[in-house]
Design a protein around this ligand. Structure first.
Ligand code: ACO
Length: 441
């Protein structure tokens, strides 16, 4: 019995009204809980399963990311996130997610060359930006321009055939990972009225992100290896996180066979929501609101009393009930970056550390198993680096593109058929439009 195949365990759906029981089979997982196979439930029993939000439903088989929220474990293709963060670069991790193994020296060199070659955007894309208001939210511009890219990089033949060949998959994966930093940086430059900066050969992926954000034609951004490495690790920490809402969106939209740029634009839209990608911005707002360490007791009181729904932003996670392994790494990066920038006595950091310590020793948080999540520190780091908070989610999207394309590719390779959930219908039964309707309109 192999992984992903029928397991020895058998289940029975017992019906109380004396009708025949429905036998169900389970499927073996490599790690974590097995799943009960519901694919034939309707044919067998004439009912659908009900699981709004799919919180208890495995929507696919995947070999990319494993998360154990109880143990605080995050593995990409089997490798712990801590080891990847220490030993690999973001581009290594992007390759790993898509190809299953870390790249060897030749693959790495070719991949990085390919990323550089594909980092440019078609010149006409500059025109897209002129259609946006300067004060548009950067995610609106990212989402719109990314979908628009499908008209430049779409394969019309593939669209007609409703089939994307393995070569096209590889090319789209490369292009999307390559072009996202340029697009993200241009979104920022446009909103500030700054000249658009092109990717520069010889810089790493993370260095190019910072170069395109901060360089001026007359004053190129000076490479700072500490900041570049920190930024690279932030990208690694956001690269993939299993079947979260944006990834599930990418799989669902991609199951229609749509152009991959349009498909990833759908993922960007899903990420935009404050319940998903926008929490690090909210952490900074919260720190501003608390003001100084003296404001912590009163704020914590408001959280405990749920005054106006106040929550400690950057704490708690839908999956992790132990420390999110990415949060500890992010904390270390935060100290490195602030030390490099001479901001290690930054009052905001002191406030964040005291808040964290207070919460970790507070019965309210202990009893609910609420720990800091990845967003608690990422906002502080990015703002210290000079990246405005409205751009945080944009760079989350740049990083997550590595995961989205890997999941998109895996979905296509498994040939799942189009996604099509059902609903428990609670509306009107059949009725006729009144014969008088429309007569007086
Ligand atoms: N502050 C205060 N109380 C909290 C917090 C928090 N941050 N998070 C959860 N709780 C409380 C809830 O009020 C609830 O209490 P109760 O059982 O007495 O009613 C209990 O802890 C469980 O909360 P749920 O909402 O069921 O937890 P869930 O796992 O559904 O929510 C979520 C997870 C949405 C992330 C939540 O913890 C939260 O709102 N955190 C703050 C926002 C945040 O940091 N989001 C980033 C998530 S990480 C990411 O997206 C990369």
């Amino acid at each position: 019995m192999g992984i992903g195949e029928t397991a020895a365990d058998r289940w029975v759906l017992r019906r109380a009204n004396g009708a025949q029981d429905v036998p169900l089979e389970s499927m073996k997982s490599q790690m974590g809980p097995d799943v009960v196979d519901m694919r034939h439930l309707y044919q067998q029993a004439g009912v659908f399963s009900y699981d709004p939000g799919f919180a208890n439903t495995a929507s696919c088989q995947s070999a990319i990311t494993y998360i154990d929220g109880e143990e605080g474990l995050l593995l990409h293709r089997g490798y712990p996130i801590e080891q990847l963060c220490e030993k690999a670069s973001f581009t290594d991790v992007a390759w790993l997610l898509s190809h299953g193994e870390l790249p060897d020296a030749r693959q790495k060199a070719r991949f990085e060359q390919g990323l550089m070659a594909e980092a440019h955007l078609h010149e006409q894309i500059r025109n897209f930006f002129n259609g946006f208001r300067r004060d548009s939210h950067p995610m609106a511009m990212l989402c719109g321009t990314l979908a628009g890219l499908s008209s430049f990089y779409g394969n019309q033949e593939a669209d007609q055939r409703h089939r994307i060949t393995p070569e096209e998959r590889e090319m789209s994966t490369l292009r999307l990972v390559a072009k996202m930093p340029t697009l993200a940086a241009w979104v920022y430059r446009y909103s500030r009225g700054l000249p658009l900066i092109y990717p520069r050969p010889g810089l790493s992926y993370a260095e190019n992100c910072l170069h395109m954000l901060f360089s001026m034609p007359e004053a190129p951004w000076q490479v700072n290896p500490v900041l570049a490495r920190a930024f690279d690790r932030i990208l690694i920490l956001h690269a993939d996180h299993g079947q979260n809402v944006s990834t599930s969106t990418v799989r669902t939209v991609g199951s229609t066979g749509v152009n991959p740029f349009a498909c990833i634009a759908a993922g960007v839209a899903a990420l935009w929501g404050p319940a998903h990608g926008g929490a690090n911005e909210a952490v900074l707002d919260m720190l501003d609101e608390i003001g100084t360490v003296d404001g912590i007791p009163a704020f914590m009181e408001r959280v405990r009393n749920r005054e106006d729904g106040t929550r400690l932003m950057g704490f708690g996670h839908r999956v992790y009930k132990k420390l999110d392994p990415r949060a500890g790494l992010m904390r270390r990066i935060c100290h490195e970056v602030l030390a490099e920038l001479g901001m290690d006595h930054d009052p905001r950091l002191e406030l964040a550390l005291r808040l964290e310590e207070t919460a970790l020793n507070d019965e309210y948080f202990i009893s609910r198993r609420l720990y800091p999540n990845v967003d608690f520190y990422s906002g502080i780091i990015l703002r210290a680096m000079g990246i405005p908070s409205s751009m945080f989610t944009v760079f989350f999207a740049v990083a997550r593109t590595a995961g989205w394309v890997a999941q998109w590719k895996e979905m296509l390779e498994s040939r799942p058929g189009i996604s099509r959930p059902r609903a428990l219908y609670v509306g009107q039964t059949r009725r006729d439009v009144p014969s008088s309707y429309g007569a007086e309109n």
